[in-house]
Ligand binder design. Sequence first.
Ligand SMILES: Cc1ncc(COP(=O)(O)O)c(C=O)c1O
Length: 419
Amino acid sequence: MRFSSFGEKFSTPSGILTLMEDISAALAGDPNILMLGGGNPASIEPVNAQFRAALARLADDPALFSATLGAYDGPTGHARLKARLAAFLSEQCSWPVSEANIAITNGSQNAFFTIFNLLAGRHSDGTFRRIVLPLAPEYIGYEAQSIDRPFFVSRRPVIDRLGERLFKYRIDFDGFELPDNAAAICVSRPTNPSGNVLTDPEVQRLDEIAARAGIPLIIDNAYGAPFPNIIHADVTPAWNENTIMCLSLSKIGLPACRTGIVVAQPEIIDAIGSINAITNLAPGSMGAALALDLLENDQLTQLCHSEIRPFYADMAAKALGWFNDAMGSTPGLAHKPEGAFFLWLWFPDLPVNSQQLYERLKKRGVIIVPGHHFFPGLAADDWRHRHECIRVSYAQPETHVQRGMEIIAQEVTRAYNGH
Ligand SMILES: Cc1ncc(COP(=O)(O)O)c(C=O)c1O
């Protein structure tokens, strides 16, 4: 088969492909595998019960069922959800938005592909424009998304040591200058993989830098507020016409619905609609219909507040405790877990790299994600740090996370001891 350059680029292995294949292999295969590698949310029964009830209301209403599953939505998605969401975001977050500011996509991964390629890459004036990621590590899923040659550029963070076993990344604003060919700035907040949450002043500063350069600030809010609100730091989500805010239903517990939500100025929303029409006809309606039901029954933020956020706050504290206990006198630090549901572990000067550690752990039945995948756009250099970290999900059953931490500590200790 002779593939086009697009075909060649998109059919070669990528970090995100390995990650998604690991997830499905683990789920389909050996039940004893400790799957701490994927981005699947936890299965939280009181939340699932509400989803089942919403699904039952949809299934039991013949007119609603036909309207939802028997017809395509428009290219920017479910009209009633967009109207309800606009009212909700205006009321709850004081964002000055209307329906014209909202597009539904088939997951936020799909939204990022569209938005990045809409803005970055080759332009008709001959320039090649880039997406600036002000803080690496960043989300593994961005890396391979450029249709053209790679367009991400990122920067090393400042690392603050917070205590014996904790550290935190900060954007290095000293000497931070946008390249002339910047197309947009993008940050995930909370950050996958580190669980870092950029402070309000950091976001405000990025917003000012973007506005001065006349480019948008993309905020990947997959774990953020108002839903799923897996944030343990005291921050406020802000939006203005220059923000492209991407939300998702995945981390509230509905990843299989593949529903993403983009809140942006109408020019961006209309372009997403055009691309949706060409590549998808329309986004799927199931997730949108469930989200509408939950919003109309005032359950969406209620579930996040009373179930989802406390669940992950508790798991973060437990996972950190298990990590500390398991490590004993072996070196190793965790990024302060301020949001999302991962512990980002750093083993300074580890004699094996993160890929080798991943392979050793896989042999012991523990799947994690090796850290080097999470530095999209960082120039290849000799920064050891990118090969010294791993990402561990704590969205899995407690016994799995605890046992996984013990095995990780054993393997890391062996490696430090030269075995
Ligand atoms: C930071 C971040 N952004 C975006 C996504 C994509 O999520 P989805 O396409 O399920 O909305 C994920 C998924 O894990 C993520 O972690």
